[in-house]
Design a protein. Structure first.
Lengths: 444, 204, 520
């Protein structure tokens, strides 16, 4: 099994894969087909032979880090849950809200391998002895929701979910809730609010979900891809997992490549691969459209902001990208070639955060709109000489002082665009049609 | 003269009369509500169902939903308006959503919008055709970044578009050759869940 | 909800370089307030849950305890080793940053906004010192004069989405009438499809609103707040005794708002007490009784106080039929004592029955789950505790026929006894009215003007037995005798008249003024 790409490719990538390995198999979303290919064998063994704490210990030693964008060590997060003798019910909240621009990999897993996700959910809830798993899927993923709901019903019908899973003492419910369109519901506490039937307003932390999550009960929130890593980790062990990726970023990741590449797609790759490889290697992006020059790339979804082509050899790991001034995020690479306008791209992304801000915090509510307005003016030839300083100052005031990091995520792309492509902005402002100089900025 | 207002405050009015949903659907929701510690947890999916049935979220539908889950209509309104997928005016028969975020913008979403404008006379920004057949809006990232540009029509994704493909798809839908899907919710019988919760609400 | 954390332990923390003993687990914002550091804030209110969304109350933490950097003091709990800087560069920059974001779309309405002078946004903007905005962008426009019913006007442009009002209806009245709709900078405060607000506590959201987004229709454009004189009073509309501030200008009440009193009304008051004050303003209340009057051959004519009292005293003294004297439950404890003393003395003098007490207000008001009691008057309990008899309205009305002379004393009886007139006209009773609005009482023998509750100071004992002092916010009209003094004077005059009558034999006629000769 050597599948590594979506849409499926027939070539062998030359390395081990475990997420997309089976992705080309027809009807894998159906239980009997999935079972033919090994689904739920690990669960069966775990329920019979492995204690819940051991599962957590294995996932912790594996070094698996969250794949939703924050990269928090997964097993460590599981240990934050209260001890099993604590009477409050525990929940797993599964984050299928995937809405980070550039990101479309959970979607493939849900639609093509729902039973991998369900097995992962069962192992995860078993490890933490949860009463139920509540999956929150973005409302726009209608096809995926239909497939997943059917798979959940199959699981219940076959004693894989519900009372006494596979005849064991372990019982757990799995519920699927569809969202209705808000990126901020991908933030773990925003998601819990939406699951509770409220506006998706992130909650101030502390308390963290493990202390007070869904309905104020201990909850762990995990991303779809993260959970899909669990069955193989449990099957093969932590050392097996460390054979892939890097020391601090072990395992494979589903990297999306989009934008100005010849072969956009989602690829399962070992962490540590370079951006250059992802964009240019014929196995993956296959190079820039029309063989043009790369101008900039986004390494991890829009929140990661822009890097110049000179940084192509950065390794796609959490630490390397952090050092490069950005982040791994969702490992969704977006390539911009020489014809792209960084100003326009920054504005498009700023529009996104403006649209998606929940509106609670003053800096984010007004700042996301302000950033977009300034960028739009610059884009349309109405930039003012103080715009760039204002942008950076606004970004500084938007970071680190809000309930959640959407405000920071709105600031990073602007800061990085100005750090690496300032001259493009300056030229646009210098070329601007002369606007009435407003010394005070006050509209009367 | 006493300013005291003795009107019943804005609690949901008890549901006398018909619900916007057929009885078997209401029964399905009554059971669904027991899967959550609070009745209002079904609100987002319930509003989707109401919208699919009624056509949009009318005042009556919102009131009914409020009473069903045990909160005020004002609260339901606040929740619903947070999310872009709910509408409050009757919708067009076919609603087109074109992503205008970064990957789609880089891969030609403008040309898709132009093709829609040429084919249907709908300009980006103009919401509905005169006959109420088609509507168009641009939306944020839909998760089709590697299959960009895209459009979703009544929820169904059409990806890897170019102007010709766009026009062809619109024509197929218009001519009836392609049928758009119904609601994604299957409303299959509930599985036998382990834990249920009793609620005072959702008895209406 | 009010923070009821009973912090039994203390710890030492450092604020701006000074060590303090602080309650472990207490709220940082509240503690800073206690030590005299008032941090700018909007969404935080001690009577509501914490939202922590406006981000204005930021201070800098130096790392022990909460993470280093700027933190919002409304949410932060005091921990050991806490080190806080309230005026560091980082804290000031953070707060100035928030203010700039709040102001960039805020309309410059101050010159026409009722909130000017008591506006938290104004005050904080002044403190943070950024005089000029640097935004080149056009401001956002939203509805500006949205009626939310009879009481409240909403200006969405001014709203800074602090959600205090939303939380008030969620947590205090429990009817969630307001919500934020949409999201981001398209957020708008709204009711359900613009339906009007209902309920009896709407005015509190105007107190809560830190800006001029929610305003009282009644107070709109009435006055600049710095011209208002404040008096600490107690509301008399029911026996809760909500603590209030009565605000007057040039002898008129323009606004009443609640005063925080955790034992009685918390931070709130009802709309009846807040808004129904027009009758206390002379300019609004043309029907108010301002002159003394007595009956002259079937007509009520103006006279002097002495003439009125003489008529009253002689009627009482000469007549041998039963007398009933009823005191309004609005009377203060001092007035009640004077009434009790006066009528005890009169009763001793008279050979016939003299019955006196106060009108029982139980059932005259509409009780609710929050503040309002079933008594539409402030001091039934206080008067009862003095030993005055509590007389229910039904008993009083049915007993009217048995008493030849009936005296009604004090503001409020006319409203509490709307049926008296009907019954009185049928009975052959002499009525003596001391009160506020003569209304239908034109058939009385003597009319004496009374002070309103806002024109006198004294103690009322509320429904829970709490004695509270209300202070006069207005000066009474000239020539109106304070109640207690009047009661004492009546007793004196009745004693005089009785003495004269006794010495003069029975030549004196009831109801006719006797010359004030000789004996006093």
């Amino acid at each position: 099994m050597s599948g590594y790409a979506w849409p499926p490719r027939s070539d062998d990538p030359g390395y081990r894969t475990y997420l997309f390995d089976q992705v080309a198999i027809d009807d894998l979303h159906r239980l009997e087909v999935a079972r033919e290919h090994g689904a739920y064998k690990t669960l069966e063994r775990a329920l019979a032979e492995i204690k819940p704490e051991e599962i957590t210990a294995t996932v912790k030693s594996s070094g698996l880090r969250g794949r939703g964008g924050a990269g928090f060590p997964c097993g460590l997060k599981w240990t934050f849950m209260p001890k099993f003798d604590e009477p409050r019910p525990r929940f797993l909240a599964v984050n299928a809200d995937e809405s980070e621009p550039g990101t479309c990999k959970d979607r493939v897993l849900i639609r093509e391998r729902p039973h991998l996700l369900i097995e992962g959910i069962l192992l995860t809830t078993y490890a933490m002895q949860c009463r139920a798993a509540y999956i929150f899927i973005r409302g726009e993923y209608e096809t995926e929701a239909r497939v997943l709901q059917a798979a959940i019903h199959e699981a219940y019908a076959n004693h894989l979910a519900g009372k006494n899973v596979l005849g064991s003492d372990f019982s757990v419910d799995i519920h699927l809730t569809r969202g209705a369109g808000a990126y901020i519901c991908g933030e773990e506490t925003g998601m819990m609010e939406a699951l509770e039937g409220r506006r998706g307003h992130p909650r101030p932390k502390p308390p963290f979900p493990a202390a007070a999550g869904l309905w104020q009960k201990p909850t762990t929130v995990n991303n779809v891809e993260t959970i899909c890593n669990v069955p193989k980790i449990v099957e093969h062990g932590a050392e097996w997992y460390h054979e892939m990726g890097t020391e601090k970023s072990p395992g494979n990741v589903l990297a999306g490549i989009s934008g100005h590449v010849k072969q956009p797609g989602v690829f399962e790759v070992p962490l540590g691969i370079t951006a250059r490889e992802l964009i240019y290697d014929p196995k993956f992006g296959g190079g820039i459209l029309g063989d043009r020059e790369l101008k900039a790339f986004i390494p991890g979804g829009s929140s990661a902001g822009f890097l110049p082509a000179s940084k192509l050899d950065v390794a796609m790991t959490h630490d390397d990208l952090k050092e490069a001034g950005t982040m791994l995020g969702t490992a969704s690479v977006i390539a911009l070639d020489e014809t792209a306008s960084i100003i326009r791209a920054t504005r498009v992304i700023a529009d996104f955060y403006h649209d998606e801000s929940c509106g609670q915090c003053s800096q984010c509510r007004e700042g996301t709109g302000w950033l977009a307005q300034i960028l739009r003016r610059i884009e349309h030839g109405q930039g003012q000489p103080d715009d760039l300083d204002t942008l950076l100052d606004l970004c500084a005031n938007m970071k680190g002082k809000t309930i959640c990091v959407l405000s920071d995520a709105a600031a990073w792309p602007v800061e990085l665009a100005l750090e690496h492509f300032r001259s493009e902005f300056e030229q646009a402002i210098q070329r601007a049609r002369p606007a009435v100089a407003m010394s005070s900025g006050q509209e009367l | 003269m006493d300013t005291q207002n003795t009107d019943t405050p804005n609690k949901g009015t008890p549901n006398k009369g018909e619900s916007p949903l057929p009885p078997e659907r209401v029964e399905w929701w009554r059971k669904r509500v027991t899967h959550f510690p609070e009745a209002r947890a079904v609100l987002l999916p319930l509003l989707h169902d109401l919208q699919d049935h009624v056509g949009c979220l009318t005042r009556e539908a919102l009131r009914w939903a409020a009473d069903f889950v045990g909160i005020t209509p004002t609260e339901v309104y606040g929740v619903a308006t947070f999310y872009w997928m709910y509408e409050y005016e009757p919708r067009a028969r076919r609603q087109i959503a074109v992503c205008h975020n970064i990957s789609c913008d880089l891969r030609g979403k403008d040309q898709v919008l132009e093709a829609i404008r040429d084919e249907l006379g709908l300009a980006p920004g103009q919401r509905k055709t005169d006959d109420g057949e088609w509507s168009l809006r641009t939306v944020e990232c839909m998760g089709s970044c590697t299959t960009a540009p895209m459009m979703a029509i009544n929820g169904e994704y059409f990806e890897n578009l170019d102007p010709a493909k766009t026009r062809a798809i619109l024509e197929e839908i218009r001519s009836g050759k392609h049928e758009l899907p119904a609601s994604p919710e299957t409303f299959a019988p509930h599985p036998e869940v382990v834990t249920t919760y009793e609620h005072e609400e959702a008895k209406a | 909800m009010t923070d009821t954390t009973q912090a039994t332990q203390v710890t030492t923390i450092v604020v701006d370089g000074v060590e303090y003993t602080a309650p472990l687990g207490g709220r940082l914002f509240d503690f800073l307030h206690e030590i005299g550091k008032d941090i700018p804030h909007f969404c935080y209110h001690p009577g509501l849950s914490v939202a922590a969304s406006c981000r204005q109350c930021q201070v800098e933490s130096k790392g022990k305890g909460p993470r280093p950097g700027c933190i919002v003091s409304c949410r932060e709990r005091i921990v050991e080793g806490m080190e806080i800087l309230t005026e560091s560069e980082a804290a000031k920059t953070a707060r100035r940053g928030v203010m700039e974001f709040l102001l960039m779309n805020h309309p410059l309405d101050c010159p026409i906004c009722d909130k000017a002078g008591e506006c938290m946004l104004q005050d904080t903007a002044y403190e943070t010192g950024q005089n000029e905005g640097r935004s080149h962008e056009p401001r956002r426009h939203l509805p500006k004069r949205k009626s939310l019913g009879d009481t409240i006007l909403l200006d969405n442009e001014r709203c800074i989405l602090c959600t205090r009002c939303v939380r008030f209806f969620e947590e205090v009245t429990g009817d969630s009438q307001l919500t934020v709709a949409d999201r981001g900078d398209r957020s708008v405060l709204t009711t359900f499809f613009d339906e009007p607000l209902t309920g009896d506590y709407q005015g509190n959201i105007v107190d809560l609103c830190p800006v001029g987004a929610l305003t009282l229709k009644k107070f709109r454009f009435e006055s600049r707040v710095w011209f208002l004189e404040e008096t600490k009073a107690v509301c008399g509309m029911c026996s809760r005794g909500c603590n209030t501030i009565v605000e007057t200008r040039d002898g008129n009440v323009l606004r009443i708002r609640p005063r925080h009193e955790p034992e009685v009304n918390g931070y709130w008051m009802c709309d009846h007490g807040r808004l129904d004050f027009d009758l206390f303003n002379l300019t609004e209340n043309e029907g108010r009784l301002l002159e003394h009057a007595h009956d002259d051959q079937g007509r009520l004519v103006a006279c002097t106080r002495d003439e009125a009292l003489t008529t009253l005293a002689s009627c009482i003294a000469l007549d041998e039929s039963p007398i009933a004297a009823l005191l309004s439950p609005w009377a203060t404890n001092e007035e009640g004592q004077a009434f009790l003393d006066a009528w005890t003395a009169i009763a001793e003098l008279m050979s016939h029955e003299v019955r006196f007490g106060f009108l029982d207000p139980v059932g005259s008001g509409t009780e609710d789950e929050l503040l309002r009691t079933s008594e539409a008057a402030p001091n039934a309990r206080g008067l009862a505790e003095l030993g005055l008899e509590r007389i229910p309205p039904k008993a009083f009305l049915s007993g009217l026929a048995e008493h030849k002379n009936v005296l009604l004393f004090g503001f409020g009886l006319d409203e509490l006894l709307p049926d008296v007139c009907k019954v009185a006209l049928k009975a052959a009773t002499n009525f003596f009215f001391h009160g506020f609005n003569l209304g239908h009482f034109h058939f009385v023998k003597v009319a004496l003007p009374a002070l309103s509750p806002l024109e006198k100071s004294g103690y009322w004992t509320n429904i829970d037995g709490r004695r509270q002092y209300t202070r006069a916010a207005l000066r009474g009209p000239a020539g109106v005798t304070p109640d207690a003094e009047l009661f004492t004077e009546i007793a004196k005059q009745v004693a005089n008249a009785h003495a004269v009558m006794s010495t003069a034999g029975s030549t004196a006629q009831p109801g006719v003024a006797q010359p004030a000769g000789g004996e006093a």
